[in-house]
Design a protein around this ligand. Structure first.
Ligand SMILES: [Zn+2]
Length: 387
């Protein structure tokens, strides 16, 4: 028993294959889960988890106070019940201690509780429900289905924190309107940092409990809307530098659409597997609303100017990366074609995460070029230019 507790990803896949062939290991996995559930729930706070019965330890723990009143009549039970309660408490503490030590093991998809069942192409390597934040954060350093999702956005967060701090500390002599331009860049970095932060937190505490996972999934989706809204701000600011009216209109529209996306994200069913295409559609639509100002700019300034000073090549690449990411996410490629082979690495969600970070970085590069162009001009605006 002790020896097979820390289970590696490869062990995990192997045992799952055994499962599919023999179904022998199904029973022990189920037992494992029902044992873990209520015991952790007792001390781990108000976690509503696992659908397992809490009757055993909870019932025993509640009895001693009642029994004390019947002391004279039922002397024997007075001794045994507190002992049972004590034993149950000890067993519980032992389990909680094991959790703190990180002594849990990954489990296959088919034993997950309903609220943790998200992607049935990931057959093994899932974390069990763990209603302890300490255990969840400890799992960052373990190998399971969420490890890649957590780290892609945790490292992305560090990257954008550094970029943001560098931009904010940049000497004001490089800006035409230092305060205004730093606020504009600040909106982009705020959106990116919040998105990446909510995302890695969501993937970390996803297995905590149904309530926590639902709350953080709403934050996660709201973060995507914030990233897209924040990305529009510097792009519109510099692309329509000399025509404040369309700039204000486009900015207002993207704010309204972004807030609408955040409101839709608060809908409880939005996070269910059934609405995966809905989610991809909402955020793709929000991003694709950028087509209107792009058309405006290209028609007014011409294709050549749009692709050179307008940086459209970079923004097109950025858009293509977001759309590819959303498409892979919605269709669950590649795990759809290789069920069980992408449990740990190269699942669609990880590719989507990497594409989001890369797209945001390319967007930052394009916007920085726009800023440089604006600074290089030094003078004001000519009558016939948006930029
Ligand atoms: Zn994610």
């Amino acid at each position: 028993q002790e020896g097979d507790l820390p289970m590696s990803a490869r062990n995990g896949s192997a045992s799952d294959e055994e499962c599919r062939i023999t179904e022998v290991c199904r029973a022990p996995e189920d037992v494992e889960l029902t044992e873990l559930g209520p015991l952790l729930e007792e001390s781990g706070g108000p976690g509503k988890a696992q659908g397992a019965t809490a009757g055993g330890p909870a019932g025993a723990a509640a009895c001693p106070e009642e029994e004390e009143e019947e002391e004279e009549e039922e002397g024997v039970r007075v001794i045994t019940l507190p002992l049972q309660a004590h034993h149950a408490m000890e067993k519980m503490e032992e389990f909680v201690y094991k959790m703190w030590e990180g002594r849990w093991r990954v489990i296959p998809y088919h034993v997950l509780p309903e609220w943790l069942k998200d992607n049935d192409y990931l057959l093994h390597g899932h974390r069990p429900p763990m209603p302890s934040f300490r255990a969840c954060f400890g799992s960052i350093f373990r190998i399971h289905t969420e490890t890649g999702n957590i780290w892609t956005h945790l490292l992305g967060l560090i990257l954008f924190l550094c970029l943001g701090i560098l931009t904010m500390l940049r000497p004001n002599v490089y800006f035409m309107a230092p305060l205004q331009e730093k606020v504009v860049f600040g909106m982009f970095f705020l959106g990116a940092v919040l998105c990446l932060c909510f995302s890695w937190l969501f993937h970390t505490v996803y297995c905590h409990s149904e309530k926590v996972s639902r709350t953080f999934s709403k934050l996660d989706y709201s973060g995507i809307a914030l990233l897209i809204m924040g990305s529009f701000v510097p792009w519109l600011y510099y692309s329509f530098y000399c025509s404040p009216q369309p700039r204000l209109i486009y900015l207002s529209i993207v704010c309204v659409l972004g807030i609408a996306a955040i409101i839709v994200s608060q809908w409880d069913r939005f996070s269910t597997p059934r609405h995966r295409p809905t989610r991809a559609g909402v955020f793709m639509g929000l991003g694709l609303s950028g087509i209107v100002p792009t058309m405006h700019f290209t028609i007014a300034e011409g294709f050549v100017k749009a692709t050179t000073v307008g940086q459209m090549g970079w923004f097109f690449l950025m858009g293509a990366m977001y759309i590819t990411g959303a498409g892979l996410y919605a269709a669950r490629i590649p795990e759809r074609y290789f069920p069980g082979k992408c449990d740990i690495w190269f699942q669609s969600h990880q590719i989507f995460h990497v594409l989001v970070v890369a797209a945001a970085f390319i967007h930052f590069y394009g916007v920085s070029n726009l800023q440089e162009f604006r600074y290089g001009l030094e003078g004001g605006c000519t009558d016939d230019s948006l930029l």
